[in-house]
Ligand binder design. Structure first.
Ligand SMILES: Nc1nc2c(ncn2[C@@H]2O[C@H](COP(=O)(O)OP(=O)(O)OP(=O)(O)O)[C@@H](O)[C@H]2O)c(=O)[nH]1
Ligand SMILES: [Mg+2]
Length: 288
């Protein structure tokens, strides 16, 4: 029997490459939220993938924008750098439809000497796109669709074979290091991102005030949807409270699916100017 392998796999790429979709597919749960909006992921999300003989610690990371100067950009850049440097294997995800960009070169630089695997994503809708780009010539490369699953098993087998020998770091039934209350907050944020369409205010955040599992079969959650400006409150609440209701209903359903129990979700909108600029506050909200 061959030895057990374990190690850290960083998922890197530009916004919307499909990093979080791939993490969720491999782990089989919605650990990382996914939306069509760039910069959906705001922190390093660990997904633990255990198979007989191997355990991969998958680090999903925020997609960086070039020269981004928002208050969240610097901490997000640090999260990406830390993931890249912790990794035993780095996956550079490149949307086949958008192809190679200058910002990819910066990510390659961040990865340094860690073995890098090039992954062309969203194959289902970009079958004829050229691949690999000349900048990635000589690197191992794969094409996948995280949406349909095409190519994902072959990529995973290759990645696991690159991990160093070692025992598992986590119990094999553990899927992440984040508590359920954080995952619940993220699912509320995902629902808000989806519900708010193009007028989404950048500064939306979610804070879970209460996560109560004391009653069998029911989780009671009280949460704030935080906006950075008074003028954003109306957008989130909607006419007669219709928008916040829609956001809450969709989030509740997603949380119920994740925890496998009934959920009671009470959602409030709170204006908190400047939360993004305060490091402690960002950390308390889980975005680092
Ligand atoms: N057609 C298709 N769409 C995909 C695929 N993978 C991801 N998407 C879509 O692309 C969008 C972005 O996916 P995410 O997984 O959130 O991308 P990300 O790289 O995590 O993005 P950030 O967190 O913003 O950096 C979502 O609307 C996904 O549904 C794919 O394989 N095929
Ligand atoms: Mg993401």
């Amino acid at each position: 029997m061959s030895a057990h392998r374990s190690g850290v796999v960083a998922l890197l790429g530009l916004p919307n490459a499909g990093k979080s979709t791939l993490l969720n597919r491999w782990v089989g749960e919605r650990l990382a939220i996914v939306t069509p909006k760039p910069q959906t992921t705001r922190s390093r999300i660990l997904g633990i993938l255990s198979q007989p003989g191997a355990q991969a610690l998958l680090l999903d990371t925020p997609g960086l924008v070039r020269g981004g100067r928002g208050p969240l950009d610097e901490p997000m850049r640090k999260a990406v750098a830390a993931a890249a440097q912790d990794a035993d294997v780095a996956l550079l995800l490149v949307d086949l439809g958008r192809g190679w960009r200058e910002a990819h070169a910066e990510l390659v630089e961040l990865v340094g000497t860690t073995p890098l695997v090039a992954v062309g994503t969203q194959l289902d809708r970009n079958r004829d796109a050229p691949w690999p780009p000349p900048e990635l010539a000589g690197r191992p490369n794969f094409r996948i669709s995280a949406r349909t699953g095409e190519g994902c098993d072959a990529l995973l087998a290759d990645v696991l074979a690159r991990l160093p020998e070692g025992p598992p770091f986590y119990p094999e039934d553990q899927l992440t290091d984040r508590p359920l209350r954080f995952l619940a907050a993220e699912l509320v944020r995902e629902s808000a991102f989806r519900g708010l369409g193009d007028e989404l205010p950048y500064g939306v955040a979610v804070e879970v005030l209460e996560y109560d599992e004391s009653r069998a079969g029911l989780v009671r959650i009280r949460a704030n949807l935080i906006v950075a400006r008074e003028s954003h409150k109306g957008m989130v609440v909607g006419a007669g409270g219709s928008k916040i209701k829609e956001i809450g209903t969709r989030a509740r359903q997603a949380i119920e699916e994740l925890v496998g129990e009934k959920v009671h979700l009470e959602l409030w909108v709170k204006v908190e100017p400047g939360w993004m600029k305060q490091r402690k506050r960002r950390e308390a909200l889980g975005y680092v």
